[in-house]
Design a protein around this ligand. Sequence first.
Ligand code: HEM
Length: 477
Amino acid sequence: MNWQIAWWSGLGAAALVVAAAAGWIFALPPAPSPTTPPPIAKEESDITLAALRPPKRQRPLIAIVGINDSSETTDYLMPYGILTRADVADVVTLGTQPGPMTLFPVLKVEPQATIAEFDARHPDGADYVIVPAMSRDDDPVVLHWIRNQASHGAIIIGVCAGAKVVASTARVARVLHVQDGNVLRRRAPRKPLNDGDPVEHFGYRDGISQPLFTKKDVQRQKHKRGARARWNASAPLDLVLVPDPLVEGPDAFGSYLVYRKLGQNLRLFNQRVLALANKLNIDPDLAGAYVVGRFKDGTPVVKWNDNGHRAENDFDFDHDDAAGSKCPMHAHIRKANPRGTTPRTSLASEKSRRIARRGIPYGAPISKAVADYPPSDPNPDLPRGLLFLCFQANIEKQFEFIQHTWIDNVIFPRGLLLQRNTGDDPLIGQDPNQPQDWPITWGEAGDGTEVFNFDAAVKLGGGEYFFAPSIPFLKSL
Ligand code: HEM
């Protein structure tokens, strides 16, 4: 009899565990849906193809030209690598002078010929001339040569800011397709306590907390952001580097790169911050800090409830705010880096999820005063956002894990099925219908929380995964 009771109780317990596990799995957010880039109209692609048909030879001759003292690495080398491997044309790299060419930021290469040698070999000119970005748009030698090639019937193609060089030749007949990539790097003012970190469009200092790979960076961080009593930001190189599969060699390491175009709706963000401030009856500065985890000047809300302090990074959530009443559980920096609070996971394993972020805001610059409330941007509806870039050794285990299992997961970091909902990350969570739990009084867990849906002011516009190859690979091209 006893045996039977034990048997049925064991079975019942096992069923409960399975049900709880199933519930937990179903509670996980769905995988982010893939986005499709807007199609290019057929008419536009027909015009582009017709305009790009080889003007002279059946197997076209393509010249990629740069100025020797400073041209751009990717714009100069990528067309060469891709077109040579595609084997659809004869491709030659040219410098304006004899000798090596310096490619910014770090490479030196030996062009295959000078423009003078090319002219002697091909008096009828190239079919296409590819013009990369250069450190100046008005180099008279290169401009003269491009004009000369155009007058011999070559099609001139500017890559990236190389379009400005082409425009300086006054040889632009028609713009076929424009992809806006206006880059802005607004810096936080130096005084009273800042030191020029970049500022993203909502007005918050960015790039404060990063994995640090060199002793120099660790030292700098100690000086700038506080000692390492609570948070040690140092990281091994294999967090971001992997052996380059394209080339062998002791120094051949590359990195996987995630690119996402994230549109930022400034008007909606500011409206929601004010609505949250009204609901909790707090200052909008503090409401914004509950969203991001830091005030606009970088002050972490886990340490202070007003701005004007240090953009510190020496904190964790277990010691400093286990209840989430200072830095809410859903705050962007807490979701994206839980600093040792992932349930049933070691700190080392959690830290192996980190990514090296290199975001670049795009779109019209915002006014300086947007960093204050009320925001005074004259046109909050202009298209703006962040070209989010991050490097890692494994996209699935790092970026995708952070986005899917932490940021979009409404029970993370509480982690248990029966515990209260956390909500998704109000800044970049992908579900606009997910409400979050907000502390009623900063630092007073006993006062409880309010439920409020922050909405989604950041929208994914598209993205891609890349492999950034090693320097030995680039040299081998
Ligand atoms: C428009 C989109 C985004 C904005 C405006 C934004 C803004 C910010 C800001 C202001 C910070 C605090 C400054 C800092 O610690 O460096 C931060 C930190 C961070 N963000 Fe974002 N972010 C965005 C997208 C993302 C995405 C897509 C991810 C990854 C999935 C991400 C991951 C992180 C991480 C890991 C941190 C550092 C957290 C820490 O270590 O304390 N962010 N972000």
